[in-house]
Ligand binder design. Structure first.
Ligand code: AP5
Ligand code: MG
Ligand code: ZN
Length: 218
């Protein structure tokens, strides 16, 4: 099963992918997490992409598509994958469709997590992330059990350098210009399921799982 989680910065893609991947036994592949890990390690890829992340701009399609296709070819992705934060442009979506078609596969479902803009801003200004496993927390909505420490792995929590007010503004602009058109792209393919992304996190997860089960039984 190949699933895409689509939505604005702060919509809860990472939060929900964490919940749903574990429940359904799917791999969680987040291009933003992969880029941040590359930057932290100082790899060649990390050096290439760090200024884009810092400024809230999209990494070029060729670099992103290559990294993503290599990642989903790994053995842990065989049972299925949740793509979190990819594709983000029409070019990426077309490249993904083509690469999957070459393998005789296809995207099964696209979950569009819809959240109002003022709520996105509130969430991102109070988000904390685990440096080791990238799990997201929120100082207001979902604090860790021990301040500054990841519940899952004990790693140190930090605030993403692109969660500053001006970079968030840029990321939202980029989202509406480059990524929001994908909603229509997948609607036309009959694959889009819109899920209301506000309120109780577990409830949102249940709605997503229900939309995925429906896709399997179609
Ligand atoms: P990326 O890491 O993908 O960032 P993003 O899309 O901006 O999304 P976020 O991670 O900010 O939001 P999210 O939806 O995951 O929300 P979360 O679950 O954390 O990309 C970063 C950068 O990498 C890009 O700017 C770009 O440079 C590059 N990049 C990545 N992919 C790329 C691609 N395909 N092409 C080109 N460049 C690419 O939740 C947010 C907060 O809200 C948390 O604090 C959480 O605890 C809280 N929260 C979650 N759910 C709820 C709820 N129901 N109620 C209240 N609070 C909630
Ligand atoms: Mg995320
Ligand atoms: Zn952790």
């Amino acid at each position: 099963m190949y699933v895409i989680f689509l939505g604005a910065p702060g919509a809860g893609k990472g939060t929900q992918a964490g919940i749903v991947a574990q429940k359904l036994g799917l791999a969680h592949v987040a291009t933003g997490d992969l880029f941040r890990q590359a930057v932290a390690k100082g790899t060649e890829l990390g050096l290439k992409v760090q200024s884009y992340l810092k400024e809230g701009k999209l990494v070029p399609d060729d670099v992103t598509v290559k990294m993503l296709l290599e990642r989903i070819a790994a053995p842990d992705c065989r049972a299925g994958v949740i793509l979190d934060g990819f594709p983000r442009t029409l070019e990426q979506a077309r490249a993904l469709d083509k690469a999957l078609a070459d393998l005789g596969k296809t995207i099964d479902r696209v979950i569009y997590v819809n959240v109002a803009e003022d709520e996105l801003l509130r969430r991102l200004s109070s988000r904390w992330i685990c440096r080791a496993c990238q799990a997201p927390y929120n100082a207001v909505n979902s604090p860790p059990a021990v301040k500054g420490k990841c519940d899952r792995c004990g790693g140190e929590l930090y605030q993403r350098p692109d969660d500053t007010p001006e970079t968030v503004k840029k990321r939202l602009q980029v989202y509406f210009a480059e990524t929001a058109p994908l909603i229509d792209y997948y609607k036309r393919q009959g694959k889009l399921a819109e899920v209301a992304g506000e309120g109780d996190m577990a409830g949102i997860g249940q709605r997503i799982i229900a939309a995925l089960k429906e896709a399997v039984h179609r």
